[in-house]
Design a protein around this ligand. Sequence first.
Ligand SMILES: Nc1ncnc2c1ncn2[C@@H]1O[C@H](COP(=O)(O)OP(=O)(O)O)[C@@H](O)[C@H]1O
Ligand SMILES: [Mg+2]
Length: 572
Amino acid sequence: MEPPSPFPKTGTPGTPAGGPLTALSDLGRALSESHTPAELGEAVIRFVTERLGYRQAVLCMRRQEDDALEPVAIQRRGDPPAAKASLPDITFAPRQIVAGPLKATTGNGDGWLFHLFPEAQHGLSTPLVMQGQVMGALGVVCADATPFGAQEAAFWGAMSALIAAAAANLQRTQAQRRERRIADTLNQISAALVSSLELDHTLSLILSSLEQLLDFDSAAIYLLTPSNRLRMVAARGMPQVEVTMASSKEVDRFRLDETVLSSRKPLAVTDVRQDPRWTPLKGTEYIRSWLGVPLLARGNPIGLVTIDRSTIRPFTPRQIALAEAFARHAAIAIENARLFTRVTAQQEQLRKLSIKVVEAQEEERRRISRELHDEMGQALTAIKLNLQMLLVSLPEGDDFLREQVEEVIRLTNDSIQEVRRLAMDLRPSILDDLGLVPTLQWYKTQFEKRSDCRLNLSIAPQLPRLLPNAETALYRVVQEALTNVSRHANARRVEISLSADEKGVYCTIEDDGQGFSPEAENASGVGLTSMQERIEALGGAFNLVSAPGKGTTITIFIPAPSAFRAEEGETP
Ligand SMILES: Nc1ncnc2c1ncn2[C@@H]1O[C@H](COP(=O)(O)OP(=O)(O)O)[C@@H](O)[C@H]1O
Ligand SMILES: [Mg+2]
């Protein structure tokens, strides 16, 4: 059915099919269903082409970052219908859109429109104004320059007001959404950054997070070295990152960076090629627009983040503020990671030192033990043999002398036993020769001989030989724990169990004695402390549970790398 006021399909401005009110209400509905600028643009283009009959039309919308008007939908001659065409890469300043009495213009009248439709003879452009602000522009190409009648002008005005309102609304929701997204992203980033403690990981996390906030082609982090030079430590999007990173070691400081560091403020350069301070590193000659943001820790610069664009796309004040907010989080994360690295390194040093001390101590004990056993033991045995020979060669009848010699032999025997015991206590050679398990079995016999307490050893059948330091540590801990049992526990039974899996070695020492309060002031003596230190030096865990009347349980864990030989690796 022909509409009452048919719109001529020639591209002449006029009133729409279906009557102006119906058309406007249809347009309003279509606009309200648009959630993105592209959807909005598509709805508008479809309206002016399908309902108003124009063959070529374009809708531009204001870009939030820089207020430029950019096409969001276009329909050109030869384009597929419904504005699915690719968008031209061109923007206009709002002042390029001619406002004022609505009439079709000829030739270059509305310059912006003829940039998009160079072959057009006549065009009609209208700014979309909302509360005095240009939200965008609608342009159509028409067949002639016939002025609008009053009705058509009223319709056109209502239509553009409708589109402007929809555009403003969309921009507002988009801005809100963007703010929310930025806030969320910043929160996520700062949470992730604070929990990341490894410096390299933190640095790459900073750059990948930055990508969620800002649009850039490359970005890098530079940190001040102890000699006050700047060194690139991480980069993203740099085509020749190795070359660039290497060349960052050769130069002192760059003058743009210097400005950022000394002012402690971000610095944005629209075109670095116009800036005499720009001295590009190798491989970064592509950079055009540049933003440098200082990394400040407690107010002092520790480095900077540089954000690059390979075409001239200036950074807006908003983007700069965002980068600055981001850099605050990043600087804290870098400081944290560095502190953590330092502390970890110191701990590691301390651990190595304490292993060395223990090793030296064990070596010394081993030496004295051997000396006692070999030298003293030999000497005493020789004395004993001589005395026995003397005894044999004593003349009959001298009972007094015989008893005296027999007494000396007995004393010598005791001394031999005592030296042997001392040597074993210091460092049982069986530990070096046969390992932990036979040593513990030997120790059990000794222990039960000396006390009324029964000792039960439960050792996993396939327990492998452990590394010497682990065997020594376990032996010393068991020794000290059993000394405590006999000294303080008043226990009837003590149970030692030893097992291993792929994670490491586990040992528990549990007695049924009187227990004690580990929290009490006097509870931690040299013995307990040194047990703990020995185990922790091997990267392991030491745990003691006790309460008065409840017995005492010590649990020990030594991780696989400290416990097992690397080449064997396998566990029971
Ligand atoms: N198995 C245990 N049963 C009861 N008390 C214990 C036991 N082990 C340790 N203790 C208590 O913990 C204290 C600290 O032990 P330790 O550090 O070995 O020092 P020391 O044995 O020289 O007193 C002991 O004095 C004792 O009171
Ligand atoms: Mg003790």
